[in-house]
Design a protein around this ligand. Structure first.
Ligand code: IMP
Ligand code: MG
Length: 190
């Protein structure tokens, strides 16, 4: 039986909560009195969006979109495709793309081009995590970002590994499974 993966807390939930509140204050100031339309990128951004939306002191509407990048071994290949489109038009709206993690930047680049073509009033982006060292699209910058993190695979607070760990309250680093199977299992967060 393969050893279970082990997790180490990288950003505890209290720090995430403080940062989400600070970002929401910033956005609320920037859009003072104007409604914003949040577009959550499924599935990773669902928990971040839910927390962020409830901290905004603005009129908020919400929609979701799903995209995937082709590629072997889970790595972004540069070809992003639309899996699930929005439910309604964004023409004339103050749109904010809500993403879990900015890695190569190719997904956000694709989303920006796709959504700009639909003539929103404005288009901004907010990402919880930024792996800046991994950027392949150097012109892609989030307007608001939570935490810059190192080039490590992370899970929790919406982020998954093979569909697991999205529900964790903290952002955790996924460590390679230890060869000492018994000890590794005892350190595993369910
Ligand atoms: P990008 O196009 O390379 O910026 O890819 C961004 C997408 O890759 C994110 O929306 C995530 O779905 C996924 N991703 C990148 N890094 C991680 C990670 O550490 N954990 C989980 N998903 C990740
Ligand atoms: Mg994502």
């Amino acid at each position: 039986m393969p050893a279970a993966p082990r997790l180490k807390i990288l950003i505890p939930h209290a720090a995430i909560r403080r940062r989400v509140r600070a970002i929401a204050r910033r956005i609320s100031l920037d859009f003072r009195g104007q409604p914003v339309h949040l577009i959550g990128i499924l599935s990773g951004a669902c928990i971040f969006l839910a927390d962020l939306a409830r901290e905004l002191e603005l009129e908020v509407s919400i929609d979701f979109m799903a995209v995937a990048s082709y590629g072997r071994s889970g790595k972004s290949s540069g070809q992003v495709r639309l899996i699930q489109d929005l439910g309604s038009s964004i023409e004339g709206l103050n749109v904010i793309i809500v993403e879990d993690v900015l890695d190569t930047g190719l997904t956000l680049d694709y989303l920006r081009r796709t959504l700009l073509a639909r003539r929103p009033k404005s288009l901004r982006s907010v990402v919880l995590l930024d792996k800046r060292s991994r950027r392949l699209a150097p012109e892609v910058h989030p307007d608001y970002a939570g935490f810059e993190i190192p080039d490590q695979f992370v899970v929790g607070y919406g982020l998954d590994w093979a569909g697991r760990f999205r529900h964790l309250r903290d952002v955790c680093v996924l460590l390679p499974a230890s060869r000492a199977g018994r000890r590794a299992r005892s350190a595993t967060i369910p």
